[in-house]
Write a protein that binds this ligand. Structure first.
Ligand SMILES: *[C@@H]1O[C@H](CO)[C@@H](O)[C@H](O)[C@H]1NC(C)=O
Ligand SMILES: *[C@@H]1O[C@H](CO)[C@@H](O)[C@H](O)[C@H]1NC(C)=O
Length: 193
C-alpha cells in the first residue's frame, strides 16, 4: 500500500506547486522565447481611456535591466499626462501624427509654457532627462502609434496637473500604470530633480 500513498502524496504536491505557479505566472519572470510576436503580447489601457499599451520588453515583466520598450497607440484626442522622469526616453512615430509639448526649464520652479512640436509618421524625438512633457494625439482622424524606449526601468514618473504646477508639487506615480500589477513597493523611492 505504501507506494500508492507515496504516489498520491507526490501527485498532490505537484498539483499544489503547479497551481501556485499558474497563479503567479502573470508576474513571474519566466523563460522567454528569443523571438516573440508583438501582435500576441498582452495589451491593455491600464485604466487610461484611449490608450493601448504593450510592454514589448520590460523590467518588471521580462527582467530587462537597462532599457524598456513600449508600443503605444493613442486614439484621437488621447494623451499622456504632463510628466517628467529622470531617465532618457526616445520615441519613434510608427503611425499617425500629433503634438509633443516640451518644457525645458528644469531649473525654474515649474515647467512653464511648453514648446509645441508637430510629430508625424516616421519622425523620432527624445525627451531630455527630467524635462516635463506631454504627447497628445491632436489628429482627430487617426490613431497615433509610437514605439518608446526608456532607460533605467522601471519608470518613476512625476505627474503635473498643469504646466504651472511647481516641480515639488508634482505627484510621484510609482509603480507606473503598467507596472502596478506586478511591482509591489513599500516605500517611495527618492528620485527628485
Ligand atoms: C503574429 O500574430 C498575429 C496575430 O495573432 C498573426 O496574425 C500573425 O500571423 C503572427 N505572425 C506570425 C509570423 O506568426
Ligand atoms: C516611413 O519610412 C519608410 C522607410 O523609409 C517608408 O517606406 C514609408 O513610406 C515612410 N512613411 C511615411 C508616412 O513617410
Amino acid at each position: 500500500m505504501a507506494w500508492q500513498w507515496r504516489l498520491f502524496g507526490f501527485l498532490s504536491l505537484s498539483l499544489l506547486v503547479f497551481s501556485a505557479t499558474t497563479n503567479a505566472s502573470q508576474c513571474s519572470i519566466k523563460w522567454l522565447p528569443v523571438v516573440r510576436n508583438v501582435s500576441e503580447l498582452p495589451q491593455d489601457d491600464y485604466g487610461r481611456r484611449g490608450l493601448s499599451h504593450v510592454t514589448v520588453a520590460g523590467s518588471v515583466l521580462h527582467g530587462m535591466k537597462e532599457v524598456e520598450v513600449w508600443l503605444q497607440t493613442f486614439s484621437p484626442g488621447s494623451r499622456t499626462p504632463i510628466h517628467r522622469h529622470s531617465c532618457e526616453e526616445v520615441f519613434i512615430v510608427l503611425k499617425g501624427s500629433g503634438t509633443l509639448y516640451l518644457a525645458s526649464s528644469s531649473h525654474e520652479k515649474s515647467p512653464g509654457k511648453p514648446q509645441e512640436y508637430a510629430i508625424f509618421s516616421n519622425s523620432t524625438f527624445h525627451i531630455p532627462v527630467n524635462d516635463a512633457h506631454q504627447v497628445w494625439n491632436t489628429n482627430e482622424h487617426e490613431d497615433l502609434q509610437v514605439l518608446v524606449i526608456i532607460s533605467r526601468p522601471p519608470v518613476k514618473v512625476f505627474i503635473y496637473d498643469d504646466w504651472f504646477m511647481p516641480h515639488i508639487a508634482a505627484r510621484l506615480k510609482f509603480p507606473y500604470y503598467w507596472d502596478e500589477q506586478c511591482l509591489q513597493v513599500q516605500a517611495s523611492p527618492k528620485d527628485e530633480l
